[in-house]
Design a protein around this ligand. Structure first.
Ligand code: SF4
Length: 203
């Protein structure tokens, strides 16, 4: 797909050292990507790598993300670091719904991506993308802080490409209902083993 570059007016030569012109989208997205506020969603051991990424040796402050929020109301980036258990799944979805648009999700670590070493465990969701949309996946068990940094830069690149006039959350009224919160029970059935369960029951 080719994107047409917007034409910008010429800057007179005497002003070229002092004046920069850029499309509104670029300026707006530059501000957004440099002011992401992460919601700390540390669910298991990967959370320690996220904590390390935020500490002084690595320093998330370079991206304008100094503080991981404990409240979804002030956060627009959910970093899911750790195993999503079926017991925790409703809380993850509820927090995601409470975040303000536009919002993004990074799935950090094998567990958040697919269930990791606990995949198909009776109590583990096989990836947080079964519950909420994920923008960037960070593989590893656990991924190092550098990998998380690469994911943040990947997310920045994605945000830069977003044309703000056509995004759904600026059109009004979109996404008000949120994602249905899964209930422990029918929504959490592991369909891969349902047949086996029926067989066991019929014995
Ligand atoms: S991916 Fe590995 S380090 Fe991360 S939460 Fe799962 S088991 Fe722990």
């Amino acid at each position: 797909m080719t994107t047409q570059k917007p034409s910008l007016p010429e800057i007179p030569p005497e002003l070229q050292d002092n004046v920069r012109l850029m499309p509104w989208d670029k300026l707006y997205n530059w501000g957004r990507k440099r002011s992401l506020w992460p919601l700390f969603t540390g669910l298991a051991c990967c959370a320690f790598e996220f904590i390390a990424a935020a500490a002084s040796r690595f320093d998330l402050g370079r991206f304008g993300m100094d503080i991981a929020r404990a409240s979804p109301r002030q956060a627009d980036l959910m970093i899911v670091s750790g195993t999503v258990t079926k017991k925790m799944a409703p809380q993850v979805v509820r927090l995601y719904n409470q975040m303000a648009e536009p919002k993004y999700v990074i799935a950090m670590g094998a567990c958040a991506i697919s269930g990791g070493p606990f995949k198909e465990g009776y109590n583990v969701v096989s990836g947080v993308d079964k519950l909420i949309p994920v923008d960037v996946y960070v593989p590893g068990c656990p991924p190092r802080p550098e990998a998380l940094y690469n994911a943040i830069l990947t997310l920045h690149a994605k945000m830069e490409r977003e044309p703000i006039r056509s995004l759904p959350w600026y059109q009004g009224g979109v996404g008000d209902d949120g994602i249905p919160v899964p209930a422990l029970g029918p929504d959490m059935v592991d369909w891969q083993v349902v047949g086996e369960c029926d067989l066991e029951r019929s014995k």
